[in-house]
Unconditional design. Sequence first.
Length: 494
Amino acid sequence: MILPVVFNVNHSSIRSFKSIKLEHEQLITRETPENKLAQNSIAKNFGRNYLSAYSSGMLNFYTGKNNPISFQALPKVIQTKSAYRSYARNGHIGCIYCDKLMFSSDEMARSMHTLSNFAKDAKSFTQVAGSFSEYLKPNQMNIIDRISKMADTHPGIDLETVISDIVLQSEKNVVEKQVKVLEDVSKLSAILPDDKAHKIRTLVQQFKYRLNGIAYVDEYSAKEFFYQIRKLSNLMSDKTKAYEISTIAEYLTHPVFKNESGCLPLKVVKKLYELTKIVPHKRAQLLVPDKPGMASKAERLILAEIEKCSCGNMKNSINDLCDVTKKKLDGVPVVLKFSNKAFSYKMHEILEGENKAVVEQFTACTRKFPASVNNEDAYMVKYKNMPVEKFIYDFLDFSKVSIEHIHPRNNNGPDNIGNWALACRQCNSIHGSDDIFGEKFPFKPEAGQHYFDTIIGDTNKFGYFRVKDVLKQIENYESQTGVKIDSSKLEIPQ
Ligand SMILES: [Zn+2]
């Protein structure tokens, strides 16, 4: 897919664009206070007066106008992940799910650098960011629009100020929508048996406390703790420790911990010693098999061991979660963060055993929780008290190219090119390991055909892919999504 050049620029403006770009780059490389000032003023002019020339230059870079498919770094036949990702450079192919173009790592770095240079002036920022429209999702374009409107009424305002203003407004909007969903769930609980209705209304009240930052006594749930700790430990750079944490946390979900007596059989005590690596001479007094009250002692031992294993980037978050969990075990009030997922999860726990149609009515309510993929306010609240660079980084990162496993690896999908596709990070994370077959397909069905048309064209013409790999990818795509692909143009060697 080769992008058309969007802006018509005459040659004189291209020349001036080039000279300004050069001047700008020279100033960046020699960073002094005076240069910084000059650089800022050039950046402003850049955005205001030379935008069209600039964008055109930008698009030349991405489309590789003089070099339509720039695969110098690619092997003859693509078989590795890195080669496959490079195939998306220069806007050559769109995401298999949303059809949007994707940034490679170096394109992302370059765009990050460019956009950061315009953060001093929100209006210029929106103009330059707008030139990436082929890469941005609809809600991101809406955000640019919002920033632009605010910049119009406050000329010269910087991006950071605009964003913190939008975040304040967004917070209000999001909370309003969340309260509305909670109230709908509460009303709906009337269709449930009394005990369950009561549990749902308590849950709603607790989540209202969460919205308002009020502490309350929250019931400990091993399943919830395991889910949260696994999410955090997955982000740890030390994968061995992460695995240890996840294994030991999972043991907390063992049914023996739900026994009223709190007695632990010898087998469980042995397993616990093994997991917590408590040395034999220290074991004697710790856990006595078949004695009441041992389960809660064991829970604390496990939490302590998890804290010991946590390290590096996630240490603080993991230890915070363990602290909150200890408080829950002790029945001490805690202030908890509101989370759509946590609410849905707890709600479904209460609804266990109800018939499908009833559960579906509740799910329909919680689907209305604003989420960052489909609601700009929910997208923006994440940037409260965050540096503006984080906003810009994420803004581009959504569009970064990634290897998608069409048949998810968690569901035994293979890790080979026959199961790989290119997807933007956003679509890749929306898919996760969810079932996306048929009615559950959350993406644009026509994007798939568009994607394979490019692959098939390059396979026929240049042999970039092996025919059997392309056929396997199509087979996987069809079986996972239920969307049919027309592959009749693929030339199959006799
Ligand atoms: Zn996508």
